[in-house]
Design a protein around this ligand. Structure first.
Ligand SMILES: Cc1cc2nc3c(=O)[nH]c(=O)nc-3n(C[C@H](O)[C@H](O)[C@H](O)COP(=O)(O)O)c2cc1C
Length: 352
């Protein structure tokens, strides 16, 4: 991989750490779960475990796709993977394009499987790059980390702002369809912070993807991260566009509810910041939740901080389960819910 790509990846990590790069409102504030004052269950018996494509998780939580492809990325992946293994949750790696193009970078990703031998681990490749790769290339990405699934990311808002962005979005759907048909592991179609509409979810379902990670608006804003990079290299218009599109997209809560109308395996991501957000996601129709920036920031302070962040999220989820009278995730998914505000207008036709 060129030094340029490695620097870009490190820039993303640095900007996420140093700047406030979140977009506004994932919509979870519009979602109110009905409190149960008489839960009639023993909190100690609550079971928040779930199964994802044959892997058992202690709780429905994933460390979403973040990094790989640089020395710093390897160090972060080592920390995140050890924490995922210890906590019994799943973990994704960042785009594996770098290692597909430069063998010497394989270990910046494979360290994840090494440190998380029993976790649900998923790979990552961009839809724009998917067009250039054949199934053998993709299988190399699977083998690299002994992946249990492969995420294909959609990030055209980011690509538009990124100084070196790939802005030819033609042919992605058929490339995804081919991957879903030919790859040896399940394929997850994934946004990166702008959400998936109901119409797109329907297209992805028809293309045969096994899951949809909505990665909606309300968490990390990629256009805004790229605006910092664009301004640093004097691309002032792109810098302004990144600011303009900071809040672009479908809020996560609404995107989950819409995608769940089309697909039975939806992952909520984008501004998921607590166990209550995870609980609300499950009630809106998600199978599990994922988060990136909070775990990345914790990893920069060490494994202990990641474990603490994950355990806080699990405790928050299980407390929400207790006070909604839910012994397990199936019970939780049946919880009565009130949806208000903008989220309500998005999800008018769902069961909420
Ligand atoms: C530093 C950083 C790098 C990321 N790299 C990737 C990537 O390579 N592939 C991908 O699909 N998503 C990537 N993401 C997006 C996340 O997986 C996630 O979809 C998004 O950040 C929303 O989650 P959050 O609000 O919890 O951060 C990255 C996120 C961060 C913060």
């Amino acid at each position: 991989m060129s030094d340029k790509t490695s620097k870009r990846k490190d820039d993303h990590i640095r900007i996420t750490k140093e700047e406030d790069v979140e977009s506004s409102q994932p919509g979870f504030k519009d979602v109110v779960l009905e409190h149960e004052a008489l839960p009639e269950i023993d909190k100690k018996e609550i079971d928040s475990s779930c199964e994802i494509f044959g892997s058992k998780l202690r709780a429905p939580i994933l460390i979403d796709s973040i990094t790989g492809g640089s020395e710093r990325g390897k160090k972060i992946n080592r920390i995140l993977a050890s924490a995922a293994e210890k906590c019994g949750i799943g973990i994704g790696v960042g785009s594996q394009r770098a290692a597909l193009e430069d063998e010497s970078l394989v270990e910046t990703y494979s360290v994840v499987r090494e440190k998380a031998p029993s976790a649900f681990v998923y790979g990552n490749i961009g839809a724009a790059q998917l067009k250039e790769y054949n199934t053998e290339d993709l299988e190399r990405a699977v083998e690299m980390i002994e992946a249990d699934a492969m995420a294909v990311h959609l990030n055209f808002t980011q690509e538009s702002i990124q100084p070196e962005g790939d802005i030819d979005a033609r042919g992605c759907l058929s490339a995804i369809e081919r991957a879903a048909e030919e790859l040896s592991v399940p394929v997850i179609a994934k946004e990166t912070g702008c959400g998936i509409s109901q119409k797109t979810a329907q297209k992805l379902k028809e293309a045969g993807v096994d899951a949809i990670n909505v990665a909606g608006k309300g968490g990390t804003s990629w256009p805004y991260i790229e605006s910092y990079r664009a301004k640093a290299v004097g691309e002032r218009r792109k810098g302004r566009m990144g600011e303009l599109f900071r809040d672009w997209g479908i809020p996560t809560a609404a995107s989950v509810a819409m995608a769940a109308k089309e697909h039975d395996f939806v992952i909520s991501s984008g501004g998921v910041r607590s166990g209550i957000d995870v609980a609300k996601s499950i009630v809106l129709g998600a199978e599990c939740s994922a988060a990136a920036a909070p775990f990345l920031k914790a990893a920069l302070e060490g494994k202990g901080k990641v474990v603490e962040a994950v355990e806080d999220m699990i405790e928050g989820l299980e407390t929400a389960m207790f006070v909604t009278g839910s012994k397990n995730l199936e019970d939780l998914s049946e919880t009565r819910v009130k949806v208000t505000g903008k989220t309500r207008s998005y999800v008018k036709r769902c069961r909420c």
